[in-house]
Design a protein around this ligand. Structure first.
Ligand SMILES: [Zn+2]
Length: 368
């Protein structure tokens, strides 16, 4: 099969490699689509973000099959002990591979397992014609989810967990700071969970337009002070929940112009600030500010969490996409042919503004 092989940071080529055989509890998936994450692209360029150590170690050991955890495909072979999945199922991978033996896993809290195996970092991912995986991280794609949406569904499953953990409810007022992929999804989900009003703050016409089309209230931070504007619109009280979905380099949580400082300033007393994006490096905070307003600063869980005996956050995410409530396909703006487009996909995904991209670039791998 063909696969992207990384020979160093910023060096990759498409090579012929052996097609893997699934173990007894594994399946072989023919990859239809794969999209890159920003983290993967930054790692490829050698930046010290999450997973840097494991990527650097693998590259130091020699050529490495890296990246590709956001994908969709079809099961073409199943090991003899596989239960619950069949050849022909369309799947994606919203869950981590849990260790199964740590105190968290043994006590029914596997979502907090510190010993996860990450697809694309610790073992080969879907930047190939086929990927071999255990079934633990996989979920089936429902009818009505396209390949483009399927490859973009893993971040949507994470966004669903953000909105669930935020406990957004009927009548709530919500603000989203930054309507990139996950910020937009958190806003649209909050609306579908019954929020009365959702303010979507951004500086790009296109994402503000998509937010408005979904019934969110766009706030153009180039034209107005978003904190003042939303505070005024909420009778001086502020939103019940604020999603900070910009992340990146920020310095101070309670002073200045960083989005996290806006979130702390804007949220109502006793409200919730949800950390959606990863803030890199160190962040200063004056704890008194958060304490005196009784702010709940929430770091959501990851992976997949059960919601009832019949559904979990990954299934809810897929159904919200299939129903059109959260049109994640709007953010798939660049679809490139074949694994050979990997370098171009990295460039587009990192330099979205320059390429007029809203979400990560996707590679069309299979014939669908
Ligand atoms: Zn564990």
């Amino acid at each position: 099969m063909k696969a992207v092989v990384c020979t160093d940071f910023e060096r990759a080529e498409v090579r012929e490699v052996p097609t893997p055989s699934p173990g007894p509890e594994e399946v072989l998936i023919a990859v239809d689509r794969v999209q890159l994450s920003v983290t993967e692209c930054l790692l490829y360029r050698g930046e010290r973000v999450a997973h840097y150590e494991s990527v650097a170690t693998r590259l130091a050991e020699g050529d490495a099959r890296l990246f590709g955890h956001e994908f969709c495909g079809r099961i073409v072979e199943a090991g003899e002990a596989v239960d619950g999945f069949d050849v022909g199922d369309r799947v994606y991978a919203p869950e981590k591979i849990r260790c199964g033996s740590c105190p968290y896993c043994r006590s029914g809290r596997s979502g907090l397992c510190p010993e996860t195996t990450s697809v694309g970092y610790d073992r080969p991912g879907a930047l190939a014609e086929y990927v071999r995986l255990p079934t633990g991280p996989l979920r089936r794609l429902p009818e009505g989810v396209s390949d483009a949406e399927g490859a973009a569904l893993q971040p949507m499953a994470s966004a669903t967990l953000c909105a669930v953990d935020a406990e957004v409810g009927p009548g709530d007022t919500v603000a989203v700071l930054g309507t990139g992929v996950m910020g937009f999804q958190c806003g649209a989900l909050a609306s579908s969970f019954g929020a009365e009003e959702v303010y979507a703050v951004d500086v790009r016409d296109r994402s503000l337009g998509i937010a408005a089309d979904c019934g969110l209230t766009p706030v153009d931070a180039r034209a107005v002070d978003p904190v003042e504007t939303i505070r005024e619109a909420t009778d001086g009280v502020g939103p019940d929940v604020v999603f900070e979905a910009v992340g990146g380099d920020q310095d101070h949580a309670s002073e200045g112009e960083d989005p996290i400082a806006w979130a702390f300033d804007l949220v109502r007393r006793g409200g919730t600030v949800v950390q959606v994006g990863h803030i890199s490096g160190e962040l200063s905070v004056t704890p008194r500010v958060a304490r005196s307003k009784a702010i709940r600063w929430l770091n959501p869980r990851k992976g997949v969490v059960p919601l009832s005996p019949r559904t979990d956050t990954s299934e809810l995410a897929a159904r919200r996409v299939a129903s059109g409530a959260v049109p994640i396909g709007e953010y798939v703006t660049h679809e490139l042919p074949g694994l050979e487009s990997f370098e171009e996909a990295v460039e587009i995904t990192v330099e979205k503004g320059r390429h007029d991209a809203l979400g990560p670039a996707q590679l069309v791998v299979g014939d669908g």
